[in-house]
Design a binder for this molecule. Structure first.
Ligand code: AFP
Length: 326
């Protein structure tokens, strides 16, 4: 399919997927996620910021927007005809959609990550992880696609199907058109995004952060995983981490809904994502709501974190063996 006469800003999402020979069902699925985002934007700009009076499996109070965004995405996926199973961070269990797996996909999503930031008008996002077939409890390396939508000053969508990472912007007609293709990260960065309380950092992580600061690396942290990762991707450098903490050996972020999809995208951009000892994408989830520590971004910075953890924590048991906890 020729691009003659088309500027990249006229290459819409569906055309880009077709140009990358993405199969019809996966193309349809990713476009349905893009469609759902248009309704989520509307709910963010007009919706009730109140508390829904319910809480999710983690015991976190659900905001009206969490529930609304979840409902919008679930409905879209339910009617897409290409989904076998789906799982939302806001729900307690896997939702079966279709009994047959052939040609279908299973989807794990965080419908509105960082939703508590909406009422202070900070950027939030939707994160989606896509596997072929019916099984969601697979290592992230088996994903066939990952997508996020960032609801910021501009609404952008980033996806990969394993053939590079590509960014789209929403135009006035609410269509996603190509902004840039094949985004890549430098080997080492000059910004860091440190999650978790510093006084709870273990010796290896503390030494790692001190090393970064000695190098003059700048702190950039919004409290939203999607904007913080997006910043690293679009600046082409940096590292985000939400580490194992003294009282929280699994850290905070969820493996299935947040870490696997973002690790897929960052590795596709030439970066790395680790739990401090091994690649996030090689972790075998033992249950849906599993959390994991994460160091994600420029390859050399992630390797440095792993080195300090090995050096300062090996054998001291402070990086507790991963026990699956919700
Ligand atoms: P919420 O979705 O509960 O707002 O949490 C957002 C998040 O999971 C992720 O988006 C951030 O990186 C991380 O939590 C921020 O955690 P802290 O508030 O502890 O910094």
């Amino acid at each position: 399919m020729s691009r003659a006469g088309k500027t990249k800003f006229q290459i819409d999402l569906r055309r880009h997927l077709r140009e990358h020979y993405v199969n019809e069902n996966l193309t349809h699925l990713i476009c349905e996620i893009a469609e759902a985002s248009k309704y989520i934007i509307h709910s963010i700009s007009t919706g009730d910021l109140g508390v829904a009076g319910t809480s999710n499996l983690y015991g976190e109070k659900q905001l009206e927007l969490d529930v609304l965004a979840d409902r919008i995405l679930r409905k879209r996926l339910d009617h897409s005809r290409v989904v076998a199973n789906m799982m939302s961070e806001e729900m307690d269990e896997i939702i079966p959609v279709s009994p047959d797996c052939d040609g279908k996909y299973s989807v794990a999503f965080d419908p509105l990550d960082g939703s508590s930031l909406v009422d202070v008008n900070l950027a939030v996002g939707t994160i989606v992880s896509i596997f072929e077939g019916c099984d969601l409890l697979q290592p992230g390396r088996r994903q066939v696609a990952a997508v996020y939508v960032l609801y910021g000053p501009r609404t952008t969508l980033v996806y990969s199907v394993g053939k590079g990472v590509h960014e789209f912007g929403m135009n006035m007609l609410r269509e996603y058109t190509l902004l840039q293709e094949n985004i890549t990260l430098e080997p080492q960065g000059s910004l860091y995004s440190p999650g978790g309380q510093r006084n709870l950092y273990t010796p290896g992580v503390e030494a790692f952060v001190t090393k970064l600061e000695d190098r003059g690396v700048k702190l950039r942290y919004s409290g939203g995983f999607v904007p913080d990762i997006n910043q690293i991707l679009l600046k082409g450098q940096g590292i985000f981490f939400y580490p194992h903490l003294k009282k929280q050996p699994q850290g905070k972020l969820r493996l299935l809904f947040e870490l696997s999809p973002m690790a897929f995208l960052i590795e596709q951009a030439g970066g790395a994502a680790s739990d401090g000892r091994q690649p996030i994408l090689d972790l075998q989830p033992t249950q849906i709501h599993e959390r994991s520590p994460v160091f994600i971004g420029c390859k050399k910075d992630v390797a440095l974190a792993e080195e300090y953890i090995r050096k300062f924590e090996d054998g001291k048991g402070e990086v507790a063996e991963k026990k699956a906890k919700p």
